[in-house]
Design a protein around this ligand. Structure first.
Ligand SMILES: Nc1ncnc2c1ncn2[C@@H]1O[C@H](COP(=O)(O)OP(=O)(O)OP(=O)(O)O)[C@@H](O)[C@H]1O
Length: 572
């Protein structure tokens, strides 16, 4: 049972137990609320007989006190079981999802956009939290309460019980039928709202380009259309829910009418006592309430499965696994007949084989789109290869847990990511726990000192979101300092010196040569000047290795590299 609850509502074992407990608490509260009805029944019976016998005074007094105490206690229990356990579970869920995202391969993020993922971690968890605390246990609790009360009232009078209870199966069937339609509406509504979030985020990210291309107006028109579409989806979803909820609630209310009608007829032909009739009127006035309330949120409750499915999609996605230990024999990186395609299915690398030797620089060059960045990312297991293998020191990197593997890598990306924190902390990300002195040393070596000292608070200056206060070259130097601090045996650089002016570049190059001594260095370069000192050059063209060798060998070969070299020296 616990396993089924865990699966149905995507709960942890503790959460499933908490949910079961919450349903029991809601049932107990529903039953406790029936005690005053029974007391009223006996009291009316006494009054109809003439007077309340004095021996019953204590009974009623005790009954009222006990009913009150039970109602308060079960209410408190319900509150505790539903709200507290759900909020605890939501916390666990958010952490679990975030933890899972950390372990997912980048191929997953290629399929999902950021707005969609944020929507799942924040939005879907919040909807589930709201439903699991306010409506779902209450719904199940009220259904169980009705079942228990039904047994009781059948014992009293089966004819009246039928008149009172026929409405329950009918309204539950309507609820059941609406599920498919509700799921459809919710899915469409979710897609529309993710499109709006995406649009807003994209608008903010690309504001500068939109303005400079005078494309803002056209973009905003598109965004307005998305917002209108979301509005219309929301209205359709509400209408779709009302179409089922209103009839189901009306049918529930019909139960009171049929009790009055059947009761009146039975009273007239003398087969029903007045007190039983009165008791049924009391019961039907109470027993429909919780179910009718729960139906009000039927739409959200029915569509809860959509939210749960979206969370499960993340939780069930296959992680990049592997050993938690990485003991290579040296750090040579070897590509062996590597083939790879992104989610789009188009082959990006095909039969790529080369070795990047430890203690030397291997430069990847070639036409734009030739697969250089892809090869570098595969070398760090950002994606797994489709064919062939990549080894580091003889160990297939597919067999090593990515977090463990990346401890051996320092990576300087072309598009540097900086955090809205101080320069000092932005560099320290390279090695958690590095002392201020160590950070200052690498910052000096990466030529950061001069520009950082001009900032208002030096190394303590907070540099804005993604380093918005800094120039491209400055951001890149911070990222180089980070890599230096990490001091890992493998260095991957994606045109790391692209944004530096000539003077800075030669200084950073000098610093880089200190960083890369006796390391395996894979550098993606567009400028031939950067790669002239490399031990090996690999030319990638159309996803295949077109040439490889030392710069001298390739110059002699008079092929692609020689042509690129000639072209660039012509330009400069
Ligand atoms: N995340 C991705 N999803 C799908 N296709 C991608 C992705 N990244 C790159 N590609 C495609 O893979 C091919 C190789 O891209 P890659 O970035 O590896 O080339 P590159 O040689 O580094 O190019 P450049 O010199 O312009 O940076 C290109 O056709 C590109 O469109």
């Amino acid at each position: 049972m616990i396993k089924r609850i865990m699966k149905k509502f995507a709960l942890s074992e503790r959460g499933a137990k908490g949910f079961l407990w919450a349903v029991i608490a809601c049932t107990a509260e529903g039953l406790a609320l029936m005690i005053p009805v029974s007391l009223l029944y006996y009291l009316t019976d006494d009054l109809l007989k003439g007077a309340v016998p004095s021996s019953h005074y204590y009974l009623y007094g005790f009954g009222i006190a006990a009913a009150l105490a039970l109602i308060i206690l079960t209410n408190f229990w319900k509150y505790n079981a539903t709200y507290f356990s759900t909020y605890r579970e939501s916390g666990i869920k958010r952490v679990r999802l975030a933890e899972k995202l950390r372990k997912l391969p980048l191929s997953f993020f290629g399929k999902k956009d950021l707005a969609d993922l944020t929507n799942t971690i924040m939005g879907d968890v919040q909807v589930t939290e709201q439903m699991m605390s306010h409506y779902v246990p209450q719904f199940y609790g009220s259904v169980i309460t009705v079942c228990i009360v039904s047994i009781g009232i059948f014992v009293f009078d089966w004819r009246m019980a039928l008149a009172a209870l026929w409405v329950f199966p009918v309204s539950l069937v309507i609820v059941g039928f609406s599920k498919k339609a509700q799921n459809y509406f919710t899915r469409k509504q979710n897609l529309a709202s993710v499109a709006v979030q995406d649009g807003i985020q994209e608008n903010l990210d690309t504001l500068r380009d939109l303005k400079s291309n005078n494309a803002e107006k056209k973009y905003l028109e598109g965004l307005n259309q998305k917002i209108r579409n979301m509005e219309s989806r929301q209205i359709k979803s509400e209408l779709g829910s009302a179409m089922f909820v209103v009839p189901a609630q009306m049918i529930l209310k019909l139960g009171i009418a049929t009790v009055a009608l059947v009761g009146g007829m039975l009273l007239v032909n003398g087969t029903l006592s007045l007190i039983t009739f009165f008791m049924f009127l009391l019961v039907v006035s109470r027993v429909y309430e919780p179910l009718s309330g729960a139906m009000q949120n039927l739409a959200a409750m029915n569509s809860l499965q959509v939210n749960i499915d979206r969370m499960n999609e993340i939780e069930n996605y296959e992680e990049q696994g592997g050993e938690r230990t990485f003991c290579p024999k040296g750090y040579d990186i070897e590509f062996k007949n590597v083939g790879f395609a992104y989610n789009t299915g188009e082959t990006v690398l095909d039969g790529v084989s080369f070795t990047a030797k430890q203690g030397g620089v291997t430069a990847l060059i070639g036409e734009s789109g030739g697969g250089k960045s892809t090869a570098a990312k595969l070398a760090a297991r950002f994606w797994d290869v489709d064919r062939g293998k990549i080894t580091v020191g003889g160990v297939d990197i597919k067999t090593v847990e990515p977090e463990e593997l990346l401890k051996a890598y320092s990576i300087v990306f072309q598009d540097v990511t900086l955090f809205n924190n101080s320069v000092m902390e932005n560099i320290r990300i390279g090695r958690n726990g590095a002392t201020d002195e160590e950070v200052l040393r690498v910052a000096r070596e990466a030529q950061c000192d001069e520009f950082v000292n001009k900032l208002p608070d030096g190394y303590a200056t907070v540099i804005g979101e993604n380093g918005s206060m800094l120039s491209g070259g400055e951001r890149q130097r911070i990222s180089i300092a980070r890599a230096m601090l990490k001091d890992a045996p493998i260095v991957i650089m994606d045109e790391a010196t692209a944004s530096l002016d000539a003077e800075n570049e030669s200084e950073v190059q000098r610093a880089l040569s200190a960083l890369i001594a006796n390391k395996t260095v894979l550098i993606i370069a567009h400028r031939m000047r950067t790669v002239d000192g490399a031990e090996k050059i690999v030319v990638l063209q159309g996803g295949k290795v077109a040439e490889q060798g030392t710069p001298q060998e390739l110059k002699k070969k008079n092929g692609i590299y020689a042509r690129m070299l000639a072209l660039q020296s012509e330009r400069s």
